[in-house]
Design a protein around this ligand. Structure first.
Ligand code: ADP
Ligand code: MG
Length: 569
């Protein structure tokens, strides 16, 4: 008793300690997250054992954990004059052997061993235990040159211990007096880390990383984490008011969410997510592709990355919320997380779910959806243009809405509805880009198609033709601008019939030029127009207009190009 043993870290541990302290974490402040996570784990383990004890599964061997219910809490105290940072929990604590195993050997995780032991016995620990790598504790040496750990195991008749180290080669271990059950860690901060003895700094960091940890965290006596981790709750238990408060909290705005999606799945990845679409209309600033996202990535309620820009594709940057996946390791640095296969998979699953969600909303409340589409539809167009997988592009395309030659002005339709009205055997979806309904309806391009009763979608936003051209096809049907030369071929019969219809329409048979006269005129026009045209030919497509200019594939983007070029000048 009272005697202190100097012990050496294992050789590997010494080397690893150096790496952890120097370079594993990109930011020093994460040591707080790591220690809070450990304290939370110690409490969760105790909670688990207490529950087992109550239900009589574990009795004598595990001691009297059930007898005196300890309140499960984390207390952090900072002292700016002494330059210390202290964290204490009322968790399971550690025995002497456990200290040597868990704090003396790096990459040894007592938490992982705990889970394995429980599961080995056929038990099941709640998904709340965070640790698994056995390196987090050593992050304390990034900021401290002396770390003292006081700990007393929950097991009866176990003495308390003090462990102490400078994080270099050795640590000291001795029995200690007056130690409460649980663990207390006192850190003596290094000169360049004195900020972590400041209450407001530490409070900000706790809120940033550990706001949703399942046990109360007190800082110098005041509770810090008051907001619940709604995403881990059962969706039916979360009220609209709770969503509203939570949305305001994470988005830092005062409006309300117009939509929310509470998504839970366990396959192919474990995901607990909450997504919100703001009530407000996006500003130009929100539209900018460089705008920061309000989406954070968590693992078991501990924040891994705020403003996580790669969890969803850029075009979904208007979504605010939280994604929690226990499949994502806490210890990955930002750089490693950037584009791992895991993140790509997560992004794929979430994107598909969100598209599905918007489709559901469109069905559920058409008016509300159309308002949303008016405000946010531009993002969908961007999605089509920037997504590389055709299947996903076509899914996004189902969200688009257009006026149509078959519907009254103001009424909107979608590609599925258009397809359902198509005549059997036809393969093309036609569209026309025009500045207004009137100009669309009186366009020479419309004449033959209108008479033949072919439906044409009207695109009033000039970038829409670029979007549809980019999409290329939808559900095996080709998207064609009626300005396109190929449109005539596709409706060859339509054009011919339309020409016949002229005769009937005004009762007079019009005189036409002879084949020779036609050739003469074509020759003359070609000579006059020169390079400006590719080809001049006769058509039966027109009824009242004398001539029409058709364009090749890319030429159909001329409306878009015209404004794009005008904007630049
Ligand atoms: P991990 O949390 O990934 O297991 P750490 O290096 O953070 O790795 O911690 C190593 C081990 O030390 C933990 O698994 C746990 O067994 C033990 N430990 C750390 N902090 C505490 C604590 N506050 N109470 C009890 N045990 C702890
Ligand atoms: Mg840990």
């Amino acid at each position: 008793k009272g005697q202190s043993n100097k012990m050496e870290f294992q050789a590997e541990t010494r080397k690893l300690l150096d790496i952890v302290a120097r370079s594993l974490y990109s930011e020093k402040e994460v040591f707080i997250r790591e220690l809070v996570s450990n304290a939370s784990d110690a409490l969760e383990k105790l909670r688990y054992l207490q529950m087992q004890n109550e239900s009589g599964i574990v009795s004598s061997e595990s001691g009297d954990v059930g007898k005196k219910p300890t309140s499960l809490e984390i207390h952090i105290a900072v002292d700016d004059s002494k330059k210390t940072f202290t964290i204490q929990d009322t968790g399971i604590g550690m025995t002497k052997d456990e200290i040597i195993e868990n704090l003396g050997i790096i990459a040894k995780s007592g938490s992982k061993a705990f889970i394995q032991e429980v599961e080995g016995k056929g038990g099941h620990v709640d998904k709340n235990i965070i640790g698994q790598f056995g390196v987090g504790f050593y992050s304390s040496f990034m900021v401290a040159d002396k770390v003292e750990v006081f700990t007393k195991s929950y097991k009866p008749n176990e003495p308390a211990y003090k462990w102490q180290s400078d994080g270099l080669g050795t640590y000291e271990l001795s029995e200690a007096e007056n130690v409460q059950q649980g663990t207390k860690i006192v850190m003596h901060l290094k000169g360049d880390a004195y900020d972590f003895a400041k209450e407001d700094v530490v409070k900000g960091i706790i809120k940033k990383y550990s706001n949703f940890v399942g046990v109360p965290i007190f800082l110098n006596g005041h509770k810090v984490n008051v907001i619940q981790a709604l995403w881990t709750m059962e969706p039916r238990d979360v009220t609209a008011q709770m969503h509203e408060d939570f949305y305001r909290f994470i988005s830092n705005t005062f409006d309300q969410p117009r939509f929310y999606l509470h998504y839970k799945t366990d396959a192919p990845l474990n995901i607990r997510a909450l997504f919100y679409v703001p009530e407000y209309k996006p500003t130009l600033f929100d539209m900018s592709r460089d705008t920061e996202v309000s989406l954070s990535l968590y693992s078991r309620k501990v924040m891994i990355m705020s403003k996580a820009s790669n969890i969803l594709p850029r075009w979904l940057r208007f979504i605010k919320g939280v994604v929690d996946s226990e499949d994502i390791p806490l210890n990955l640095s930002r750089e490693l997380l950037q584009d791992s296969a895991l993140i790509r998979k997560l992004r794929w699953v979430l994107t598909n779910r969100l598209i599905k969600f918007f489709l559901e909303q469109a069905k559920k409340d058409k008016t509300k959806y159309l308002q949303f589409y008016k405000d946010y539809g531009l993002f969908f167009r961007e999605g089509i243009v920037t997504t590389t997988e055709q299947d996903q592009r076509e899914e996004i395309a189902r969200l688009l809405r257009f006026e149509s030659s078959k519907l009254a002005p103001g009424e909107l339709t979608n590609l599925d509805e258009y397809a359902s009205r198509m005549k059997a055997g036809t393969r093309n979806i036609y569209y026309l880009s025009a500045p207004s309904r009137h100009l669309a309806e009186t366009s020479p391009y419309m004449e033959s198609l209108a008479q033949k009763d072919v439906e044409v979608l009207f695109l009033y936003e000039n970038y829409d033709e670029l979007v549809l051209m980019n999409l290329g096809q939808y559900d095996k049907k080709h998207l064609k601008s009626i300005e396109n030369d190929a449109a005539e071929e596709a409706t060859g019969t339509a054009a011919a019939d339309a020409a016949d219809a002229t005769t009937a329409a005004d009762g007079k048979v019009k005189e036409s030029l002879s084949a020779e006269q036609c050739d003469d005129m074509i020759g003359w026009m070609q000579a006059v127009l020169g390079h400006r045209v590719n080809k001049v030919k006769t058509t039966k497509r027109l009824v009242t207009h004398p001539c029409i200019i058709t364009v090749n594939e890319m030429g159909a983007a001329r409306h878009f190009l015209r404004t794009a070029l005008a904007d630049r000048s």
